[in-house]
Design a protein around this ligand. Structure first.
Ligand code: ATP
Ligand code: MG
Length: 178
């Protein structure tokens, strides 16, 4: 055990609910500690999530941006060129934000989906994480975290689905799902 302070790499993955909301919980905790937090939501964009307004209420120490269109074609279909462009733009902004040292915590929400859909090269992300400024914390969320990133991370949590209201035909509820 050491009490050295350094930035951690965390991954929230797995099929159960809670990956993004756990990252946002950590973000809330960090803001409460006086840290500056940037949340970049890859892929998301079409829904208005409650966290967008919550982030605004918390002021300039908690900035949250939606970087996508909110839906991508999956299941064998070739990813849409516009979605790929948006993912690359999101990634460039993420990398610049991490390297700038202006943020204590950077959340890359749903980046694992962008990688597992083949829209972003995991080796490029791994390289940037290896070279991140020492004190910056990074959280990556989304199912199917790439093994390269899992190996690199300090803390990895896999959400397991025990059950989900959706299976009973209950649609997404405001404030809980979005
Ligand atoms: P949340 O944002 O609620 O923490 P998540 O980040 O773990 O969920 P995503 O894969 O990003 O999950 O899914 C996005 C949406 O699908 C959210 O509205 C989420 O609540 C919902 N969802 C998550 N897991 C499940 C599941 N196992 N079955 C059905 N819907 C789910
Ligand atoms: Mg999520």
């Amino acid at each position: 055990m050491t009490d050295t302070r350094r930035g951690l790499i965390l991954i929230n993955t797995g099929p159960g609910k809670g990956k993004t909301t756990a990252a946002l919980g950590t973000a809330l905790r960090a803001v409460g500690c006086g840290m500056k937090v940037l949340v970049l939501q890859f892929i998301k964009g079409s829904w208005h999530y409650g966290e967008l307004d919550a982030a605004e209420a918390l002021g300039s120490n908690f900035v949250l941006k939606q970087m996508g269109r909110g839906f991508v074609k999956i299941g064998g279909a070739q990813a849409d060129a516009e979605d790929i462009r948006l993912v690359h733009a999101a990634w460039e902004e993420a990398r610049a934000a991490i390297d700038s040292g202006a943020w204590d915590l950077v959340v890359l929400d749903e980046i694992n989906y962008a990688i597992s859909y083949g829209m972003l090269d995991p080796a490029v992300v791994a390289e940037a994480l290896k070279n991140k400024p020492e004190m910056v914390h990074i959280i990556l969320t989304g199912r199917n975290a790439h093994p390269l990133l899992v190996e690199l991370a300090d803390t990895v949590t896999e959400m397991r689905e025990v059950k989900h209201a959706y299976q009973k035909g209950i649609l997404a509820q405001r404030g809980i799902e979005y």
